[in-house]
Design a protein around this ligand. Structure first.
Ligand SMILES: [Zn+2]
Length: 411
């Protein structure tokens, strides 16, 4: 089945009529439809299908036990009201690239697999990349068992309801040991390629990323009777801190976002007693991120002091920089830069990009050599129905992935 055919089949699955976006959450009906589609694609190509102990799906060409396998793929689940491309573009392109290699008459010297990692977006249980984290041992079985969705359904119960055995989940080092390289193609989640004018790029690194909770504690009081000079209003310090975050991020070429806030008592006619804001900040490297967050916290303390407000800052999570395997990245750039292994003579410039978003390839990079290809997204918008990749660019992505797989897995 062609790229178009595959794309058309997936397009209606889990789509919300109201928003036009996708709601393909892990272990739901829409997810099951995506999984059935994956299995069908595997079997219709004569690939050996299997679901691993953590619910990730694999389609094998050749014997996995031979080792040094080349694996490509991505995920099929989505964020709430996500776009059509984040995840599915990688999986569909993987099958399409395999078809192209077969059409080229490529001779495979290594086993090749297409993978669909389960629960990448973490939309249901609040933790991203659960399938790859479990496989790599970055998430313990106990932690996974405690994951619960908004309706109180635990991950094991959800997996069981979807026909998977939750008792089997856990690290899978034997599986990882059989993989020589993992390449994930993904729609770009920014506008770097649009700005450079390239259809396809190679990932350099995933930016370090953290979340911090800022608790501004003031004094609740009547919004009508309390004189301005008598107030200890934490909303003011919070508001000034939001502006400081923007300023510090702009100065450093980083990003900083207060996207979530909780207010107590949360009354229209009450000066708040507490404003809790969550900061998400990411930068190209650790020192820059440190500078940004230190700058924001320093400003926040000054604003809090000026208003007689107490401030606590707690780091809730942190993910260090992920550098993709340099040798594999250079190999990708070489393959793409010379037009791949198909004998065609073309010079292609392949930009190397950093990214602020997490991926299964980032999780696995600690265990196996991983690399990523990005396909241009002219809107730069991601996790929204506005996310987009033009047809020509999707075709260029498939060709680039086929070139890479041919260079890595064929003679
Ligand atoms: Zn994704």
């Amino acid at each position: 089945m062609s790229f178009h055919g595959m794309w058309a089949e997936l397009l209606p699955v889990g789509r919300s009529f109201a928003s036009g976006g996708y709601r393909r959450f892990a272990w739901t009906g829409a997810d099951a439809e995506c999984r059935a589609w994956f299995r069908e694609q595997a079997e219709s190509r004569g690939l050996a299908y299997e679901a691993d102990r953590n619910g990730n799906q694999w389609a094998w060409l050749g014997d996995p036990a031979a080792g040094d396998a080349v694996v490509t793929g991505s995920h099929l689940d989505s964020v709430p009201d996500g776009g059509a491309f984040d995840g599915p573009l990688g999986v569909v392109s993987s099958f399409a690239a395999l078809d192209e290699l077969r059409a080229r008459g490529a001779r495979f010297t290594k086993p090749l697999a297409v993978v669909n990692f389960g629960d990448e977006e973490g939309a249901r249980f609040g933790l991203a990349c659960v399938g790859s984290r479990l496989t790599a041992g970055h998430l313990t079985v106990e932690q996974a068992h405690r994951l619960t969705d908004a309706d109180g359904v635990t991950l094991p119960k959800a997996m069981e309801a979807a026909g998977y055995d939750p008792e089997a989940i856990g690290p899978d080092p034997e599986r990882l040991a059989r993989i020589g390289a993992f390449v994930e193609l993904h729609v770009e989640q920014g506008r770097a390629l649009d700005l450079t004018g390239d259809a396809v790029g190679v990932a350099g690194a995933i930016w370090p990323h953290g979340r911090w909770r800022f608790d501004f504690r003031g004094e609740a009081n009547h919004a009508g009777t309390t004189r301005l000079v008598d107030r200890h209003d934490p909303m003011l310090s919070y508001a000034e801190t939001v502006l400081a975050a923007r300023r510090e991020a702009a100065l450093a070429g980083a990003v900083a976002t207060f996207g979530k806030i909780a207010v107590e008592p949360n009354g229209v006619n009450a000066i708040p007693s507490l404003v809790r804001g969550w900061l998400d900040s990411r930068a190209a490297d650790q020192p820059t991120l440190d500078t940004v967050v230190t700058g924001i916290e320093k400003a926040a303390r000054e604003y809090a002091a000026a208003h007689g407000v107490d401030l606590d800052v707690v780091r809730e999570s942190f993910t260090p920089v992920v550098e993709f395997d340099h040798a594999l990245r250079d190999e990708l750039a070489r393959i793409l830069g010379t037009g791949g292994g198909d004998g065609r003579d073309r010079e292609i410039r392949v930009p190397v990009l950093g990214t602020g978003a997490g991926h299964d390839a980032g999780i696995l990079s600690g265990s196996i050599p991983t690399a990523m290809l990005f396909v241009r997204n002219p809107t730069g918008v991601s996790h929204s129905p506005a996310e987009f990749a033009a047809e020509d660019d999707c075709v260029a992505g498939v060709r680039a992935l086929a070139d890479v797989l041919e260079g890595l897995a064929c003679t």
